[in-house]
Write a protein that binds this ligand. Sequence first.
Ligand SMILES: *Cc1c(COP(=O)(O)O)cnc(C)c1O
Length: 380
Amino acid sequence: MNRPSDIPSPVQHAPEYVRAIAPYVGGKPIEEVARELDLDPATIIKLASNENPRGASPRVQAAIAAAAAELTRYPDGNGFALKAALSKRLRVAPEQIVLGNGSNDVLELVTQAFLRPGDHAVYSQYAFIVYPLATQARGAVGIEVPAKDYGHDLDAMQHAITPQTRVVFIANPNNPTGTWLAGDVVERFVAAVPRDVIVVLDEAYNEFLEPSEQSRSTTWISRYRNLVVSHTFSKAHGLAALRVGYGVMDAAIADLVNRVRQPFNVNALAQAAALAALDDEQYVEDSRVLNRDGMRQLENGLRTLGLRFLPSRGNFVLFETRDADAVFQSLLRQGVIVRPVANYNLPTWLRVTIGTAPENERFLVALGKALDASASTRAH
Ligand SMILES: *Cc1c(COP(=O)(O)O)cnc(C)c1O
């Protein structure tokens, strides 16, 4: 309903920078597509949100069932058991860990703790969209540095740092482009950033890299006390629904960040599940291998269809197609959900998450049909 503009409304008093935020557009949920297109939800496959196609591990499911017996108690607001396990795994002190309601929470908390209105945050063109969103929500100024070959241009990012810069974001690998930088290159960048500027190194897809390429960046924190490394249980560990992730940082930074979080920001089921998932190394390894093989399958399929794609180190791949919107809609009608990335200013590209082998095959067949349909529409 339209309100006459002379009627006072609290909306007009919301900060300009909040009113200017473009809402986050996520992957379409299966139920929504089923409702809108009158499809059976059981026949729809979702390859739109970089989720793990394998389902949660049985060990995680058992841990959740056990934790579900205690739903009337608040969770441990300090996440003692999960932090102890992470501390042992990563060889950092528990005081260096901040747990988040997803790693998205950690990213937001860092901006909350360090950005005032007018401060600068530096990130790359085509980097994860949460960086501009979280920056804007604080009234801070986002400095978007042009990408190089769709990835981070670290030299240009270094030059974009000024006395007003408080936070720099790096996604490695990056979503949605799948671009990746080797550890020594990232470390050289971190070393060159002034020590009073926070560097957030977002490693949500680290577990999908070859073991020899996986980041050791948490071991750099003793040298670079301005470094914040964020990890998630949403992707390779398969816990996206539960919302749990963490940041590793210097204890003095963690102390500040912990002051601005909700006291119980990570729920009890999520803590129990994450603890079990951390222990289930075989599940993560199997997820990595399934993803590696699925990536080859999709790359081969995209090549066969004559489509350009960006080599990706994540669990997704970005491919270009002239009629991205028509192809997206056609895929939806065939019960396959992928992700448009027009909100990244990539209107001719679509992002597809690596699924199981049968899901990948179904996507490729549907994509072939979608391309034929859009080619014949253009011919008319
Ligand atoms: C998925 C993703 C995250 C993690 O999201 P959660 O909030 O942990 O589910 C963080 N960074 C990037 C780049 C991602 O793609």
